[in-house]
Design a protein around this ligand. Sequence first.
Ligand code: PSU
Length: 307
Amino acid sequence: MTDTNSSLPMTFSADVKQALDAGKPVVALESTIITHGMPYPANVETAVAVEDIIRAEGATPATIAILDGVIHVGLEKEQLEALAQRTDVMKLSRADLAFALATGRTGSTTVAATMICAHRAGISVFATGGVGGVHRGAEETFDISADLQELGQTPVMVVSAGVKALLDIPKTLEVLETLGVPVVGFETDEFPAFWSRQSGLPCPLRLDDPAKIAKFHQMRQTLGLDGGMMVANPVPETNEIPRNEMETDILEAIDEANRRNVTAKDVTPFVLSRIAELTHGRSLQTNIALVKNNARLSAKIAKALCV
Ligand code: PSU
């Protein structure tokens, strides 16, 4: 079903359309994690498992991607499988989302692009792994993810395991504060660092109840504030890799990226896949576990928003 209210090329899967029309809870999911964040077949297996978790919690998952110039909100299993195997897919953010739509391209949506599409679709909760942020060495490279600006302007709540530890986490938190983005730790006083529960930095805010997080989001709407918020949900203890264990591999992967002149959009996918190799797949298993954990919490918050 295409969005008939505008010339925006946007189509909904039948179950997502039905849930949205009935005012039932829907959780948006991104697709860059599928095309650029994890190798095949772990990517598609994770995408399917994450959708199942959201359904089991009583919400409807809406994986978002651009297929041949059309925003798809909710993908069929065959579409997920096809996307997961393609290697020519654009990694889309705010700057090039409309380019892909105007030129009929296929692209996966980053956190920033997923927020834009989710908002247009009327979905206010979105689950991912880790939001992009300020890269280490940004004082030289100026490499700062567009995800942060998006959080500052689009009213979608993003549930993540903090930001990826390959980033400069103190600077990322500073930018979020500057942009007026609330960072809410779920059951934690410490900001989580993706594969690890600890970052050594405090989480600015804390809530332990999905209903209270929903109420906080609604109060921001009532106040007329622009922008979204980050819910920082630490990876479960049983799946975490302690910070000091990760750091050596992170440094090695970043060093290799620099030596090979990997820049811009290619940095995060390169470093993630190199870290997966260096940890013999352990970081990938942790990544999968934390995404599932975020999906579960997102569904609970989406349900609370519908009460
Ligand atoms: N979470 C993951 N793996 C990922 C991402 C998130 O567990 O690969 C993706 C998201 O799409 C996020 C992107 O927007 O990484 C950040 O890319 P960059 O640093 O280039 O902005």
